[in-house]
Structure formats: C-alpha cells, structure tokens
Design a protein around this ligand. Sequence first.
Ligand SMILES: [Zn+2]
Length: 227
Amino acid sequence: MSDVTTIPAVLILLGPPGAGKGTQARMLEEAFGLVQLSTGDLLRAAVAAGTDAGMAAKAVMAAGALVPDDVVLAILKDRMRDADTKRGVILDGFPRTAGQAEALDGLLACTDQQVNSVISMDVEDGPMIARVAGRYTCAGCGEGYHDMFKQPAKAGVCDKCGGADFKRRPDDNAETAGARLTAYHAQTAPLIAYYEGRGVLERVDAMADIAAVRDALQARVKRVMGD
Ligand SMILES: [Zn+2]
C-alpha cells in the first residue's frame, strides 16, 4: 500500500501513573513510526505556532480556564495533517471523558478515520501502590532503588557511586499513590465503557515486566497497523 492511500492509525493508550505508559509509548513510537500526541504538548506547540486554534487556546489559558473540547479537537486536527503523523498517532491525555471520545469520533469520521485501538494498561492496585510507594533514588547519582525490589548490595550505600544519601519524592507514598489510582479509575471508567461498546478496547497486563508489556502492546499495535 502506498503512503498516498495510507490512513493514519489512531491509538489511545490508557494507564495510571506508575504503569510505565510513557516508556511504553516511546517504544511504540520507535517500533512503528508513530507519534505520541499529548494534550499539553499539542496546546503549547499550537500556541507557539500562532495558529487560529492556538490563539484561541492561549486566550482561554491566560484567563485560567480549561481549553474547551472544540479547540483541543481543532488543534489535534491541524496536528494530524503534519507529515510526521502519516503512520499514525498515539493520543495521550485526550479524550478524558465519554463526551470527548464521542467528539473525537465525529472529528475522525470527517476524514474516514476512526479510533483503531484503545489499549488499557491494567494494574492491580495493591501491588501498584507498593511499587510506587517503595521507590527512592540516590541523591548523588540518581540511581533508582526500591524497598522491596531493588535494595543496594550494601545497605545504605549506593551501588553506583558509593554515596550514602538517598531521597524519596514526597508524593511517592502509599496514601498519595492510592488516591492517584482511585482518581484514575473514576476518570477512566466511562471512557473504558465507551470504547468497550465500540469494540475497540483491548487490555494489557501492565504488572508484567517491561519487556513482556512491550511485546503485548506491540502485538496489538502490529495488528492495527497491518504490518
Ligand atoms: Zn549513587
């Protein structure tokens, strides 16, 4: 199939904080020539480029308000005309609601496109909280450690630089991690139901190790891309 007739794939990756979504999205970009589009990056780029939609977004953001869906969609539409997105895009952070998902379907239908696959990176809350809450890093060199999964070989001494100073991010605790997951589930549930109804939702076990998650994601994307 030539590039002229190729319709870019539209993928959506859903995953809670700590599920490794960013890492996996980057690997998908590399493997399939996709471009990940996050709402924040899209808005910033459109404002910087001074497009009509970008100017509209700038005015709204300057007033401290949320950018309306139609403006986000207009910016997305502009961005999807760029040459680098001809293989397809991975949407990150949009849609966030079933209403936005419907609006996105409407936008894509104008160009005979559709959301090809929505992949939910599923986690188990308990183990996920333990994973996030146990993280700490060496203050000297930034090497990552974990209370349960990766302690230094010699207690209290960094394997890499020999430093003895470690730090934890204040929000890497069980309470905050739990609250983030609860918020994620509440926000995502309607979206998952919507795409389940459309028959495009797929689930990947995000508790598996990074390579296994990568393989599972790539197998699904490969089917969508027809490679
Ligand atoms: Zn270190």
